[in-house]
Design a protein around this ligand. Sequence first.
Ligand code: PEP
Length: 282
Amino acid sequence: MIIRQSHFSGLSLIHRKLSNKEHKSNMSRKKIVAANWKMNLTLEEGEVLVDKLLQGLPRELHCQVVIAPPAIHIVNLIKQLSGSGMKTAAQNCYSAPSGAFTGEISAEMLESVGVEYCLAGHSERRLVFNESNVMIKEKINAILRCNMVPVFCCGESLDLRESNQQNEFVRNQLTESLFHLEAEAISGIVIAYEPIWAIGTGRTASPEQAQEMHQFIRSLLIKQYGQDIGAHMRILYGGSIKPDNASVLFSQQDVDGGLVGGASLSAAGFLAIIEAANGSIQ
Ligand code: PEP
C-alpha cells in the first residue's frame, strides 16, 4: 500500500492559511491540464508520445499536468513519468474494493500501483455504459476512500442546452453524485465541465458559455459548502480544446484548466495546450 499524506487535511490547512482577499481571487487555484487518451494508443505509441512530452515540457511548470491513459498502460506510464512532475490518472474505476466483477478495476488496485487521479462520470461512461448519477457517486466514494483525486465530469446534451435546461441538469448531477460529501472530502475533488455537444465534435463552448457555467457550478459549491471551499475548488473545461482556443478558455475567471481528449494525442498539440495553461494570465 502506498502511503501518501492525506490530500484532504493538506487542503484544509491551505484553506485556513489563506486570507480573505486570496479567497476571492483565483490566483491560488493552480491550473490542471489533463489528457484523456480514451481507448487510443498502443503501449509503444503511448511511450513515444510521453517521451515527446517529457522533452517539450516548459522548464518552469506552473500547472499540474495529468495523463489518463488506457488502464493497461498505467503501471508503465507511472514509471515513465517518475520525477517529471506529471501525474497519472485512471479513466474509470469500479466502486467495490474487490470481488466477482469481471473486467473491472477497483480504486484500491489503482491506489496500489500509485495512481493519483481518477475520472468519474465521463459522458462516454454515462452514455455508452449507462452509468447513473448514483453509480458515479459510488465511484467518487471509492476514489476518495483510496486517497486519489476524483475528476468528476458533468455536462449537458445539446437538447438540454438548446432548451436552456443546462443549469438544472448540471445542478442535479452535482447534487446526486457529490453533495452527500462532507466539506473536507469535497475540497479534494476536481470538477470537469464537459458539455456533451462539445466533446469530440470540434464544436467548443464559447469562452463566455464556459465561464457562465463554471461560475454557476462554483456558486453551487459556495452555497453548499461555503466561500472558503467553493472558491478554491478547481473546475476544468473539456470539449474540443485545441491549441488555438486554449488560452482564451483558460483565461476565464472560473476556468481552472482543461480536460483534453483528441488534442492530447499529439505531443505538439498537447504541449501547446500546456503552454497556454502555464502562461495563462487572469
Ligand atoms: C474528453 O473526452 O474528455 C474530451 C474533452 O474530448 P475532446 O477534447 O476530444 O472533445
